[in-house]
Ligand binder design. Structure first.
Ligand code: HEC
Ligand code: HEC
Length: 438
């Protein structure tokens, strides 16, 4: 911009010189009248103005972003180099794949600090937070052996009671904007105290009972003081702080180190060719619309993506035996369809069984169910046809070919999901037989 300022000073100075020159030199020499002087000055001035406009244009182009001016000078690509030309198909708009951030986001009022995460780790493993003293968060969320889940169809709580829902992994829960299968909690802080008083989980009569136990332990009092300081009443142990410490610890449970992450960060040897084919299918079949973004869940996105979806979205023959509609999640009672939070698919190969009721053991079967119910594909050689009756504005019917995917496509998709497993779970019980568990 300094060029512009300088330019305008020069223009004003030249205009003044011109005016002086006309008035005192040219006019007396040519014997011009007052009006003639103005005409001469204006004519010469117009030339000056045109020159200034050219200068301005040069300055403006030199400041403009490269693409505006130089685009046409780029070498034209060989046609056959460009994706899709050979087959005559326009390349589709491509998804930009991204790795998981190396640090989980935290709310302004609960920054992640070492003292807090250390306290949270201890609380997470402490069985004295349960009524019977034999169940900790880690009993159901086995961080190493079961990749943050429990390997059971549904959870096992105090007095060996069976819960209704499958235990999701806590790994990468830190990225979810919605927690639980039905997404009823909006933050880890909000979620953390739920299990302690859930009668089927840790069974405490109320949170205060848990707080009294912790406050009676001098070690805990000291650890809470170290993490939070004392509050106004001089009491270091409170329910809010218990939730904050558990949440802070859970924010350290992230896995940005899967082969997929290494691949998107530039190591092209991190995925097998089958996995890369699965990656293209994950995009082209439409899994990516729901399992979107680096955590493979639209419920992790802050861009207004819908975090919840109907599931099963279409009736599919043979699914009734899985009882997937016994529990309707966040749908209102009496609905014909359940509505669920879209889960993350990170480490999914080592967190069988699948779905909210843990009814499917095998990952490839889960993928096949997704392709059929959520996307309307048929598996095999014959494309499926969707017939949708409509009554508005007048009766009519839509007939669409939804397409088919093959068994080898399912293998490729499953192989791609295996690339989302962190190497830290390579020694865990299930990794040698993903999905094949009692
Ligand atoms: C008895 C087993 C059990 C115990 C003990 C337990 N959980 Fe869970 N946890 C579950 C189940 C089951 C769900 C899913 C419940 C639902 O969706 O309704 C869950 C869900 C979660 C989620 C949400 C994950 C997601 O992807 O939405 C988090 C986070 C979590 N638990 C943390 C904890 C913490 C912290 C504790 C200890 C204070 C704890 N859990 C104790 C079984 C358990
Ligand atoms: C329209 C949205 C949508 C689409 C498209 C979709 N999913 Fe899902 N997916 C979900 C929902 C919702 C669930 C949770 C179901 C439940 O609560 O039981 C889920 C669950 C899963 C699970 C089980 C996760 C677990 O931890 O139990 C897998 C695996 C999965 N999807 C893979 C895929 C694949 C592969 C595709 C593409 C072929 C796909 N999904 C397409 C919405 C979708």
């Amino acid at each position: 911009m300094t060029e512009l300022t300088l330019g305008s000073f020069v223009a004003i100075a030249v205009a003044a010189l011109l005016l002086l020159g006309v008035t005192f030199e040219l006019a007396p020499a040519g014997g011009l009248t007052g009006r003639g002087r103005w005409l001469l000055a204006a004519a010469l001035g117009a030339g000056l103005l045109a020159f200034a406009v050219k200068l301005l244009a040069i300055v403006a182009f030199s400041l403009a972003p490269n693409g505006w001016v130089h685009q046409t000078l780029e070498p034209v690509k060989e046609r056959s180099d460009v994706d899709g030309y050979r087959t005559g198909i326009e390349p589709a708009r491509k998804i930009r794949w991204q790795g998981l951030p190396l640090v989980a986001p935290f709310p302004a009022d609960n920054p992640t600090t070492p003292a807090k995460t250390e306290l949270g780790r201890r609380l997470f493993h402490d069985k004295s937070l349960s009524l019977t003293g034999d169940v900790a968060c880690a009993s159901c969320h086995d961080l190493q052996g079961q990749a943050g889940a429990d390997g059971r169809p549904t959870a096992l709580g105090i007095h060996r009671q069976m819960g209704r829902r499958n235990t999701p992994t806590v790994w990468n829960a830190a990225f979810q904007t919605r927690l639980f299968w039905d997404g009823r909690a909006a933050s880890l802080e909000e979620q953390a105290l739920g299990p302690i008083t859930n009668p089927l989980e840790m069974g405490m009569p109320d949170v205060d009972a848990a707080i009294r136990r912790l406050a009676a332990d001098p070690d805990y009092r000291e650890a809470f003081s170290r993490a939070f300081g004392a509050n106004d009443q001089g009491e270091p142990v409170t329910a809010e702080r218990l939730a904050a410490a558990l949440a802070a610890f859970e924010r350290t449970l992230i896995t940005p180190d899967a082969p997929f992450d290494r691949f998107v960060r530039g190591d092209t040897s991190a995925l097998t060719s089958l996995q890369i084919r699965g990656m293209t299918l994950f995009e082209s079949t439409g899994c990516i619309h729901c399992h979107a973004g680096p955590n493979f869940s639209a419920a992790s996105q802050f861009d207004g993506s819908a975090p919840f979806r109907a599931f099963p979205a279409r009736p599919v023959a043979g699914l009734e035996r899985l009882d997937l509609t016994e529990d309707l999640g966040r749908a209102s009672p009496g609905s014909h369809q359940g509505v669920w939070r879209i889960p993350s698919l990170r480490n999914v190969a080592v967190t069988a069984p699948y779905f909210h009721n843990g009814s499917v053991n095998d990952l490839k079967e889960a993928v096949s169910i997704m392709a059929r119910t959520q996307l309307g594909f048929s598996i095999g050689e014959t494309p499926s046809i969707n017939v949708i009756f409509d009554t508005q504005p007048n009766p009519g019917v839509f007939v669409q070919q939804a397409g088919n995917i093959t068994d080898s496509d399912l293998d490729a998709l499953t192989a791609f999901l295996e690339a989302l497993t962190s190497p830290r779970f390579s020694n865990s019980a299930q990794s040698s037989h993903p999905g094949a568990r009692p």
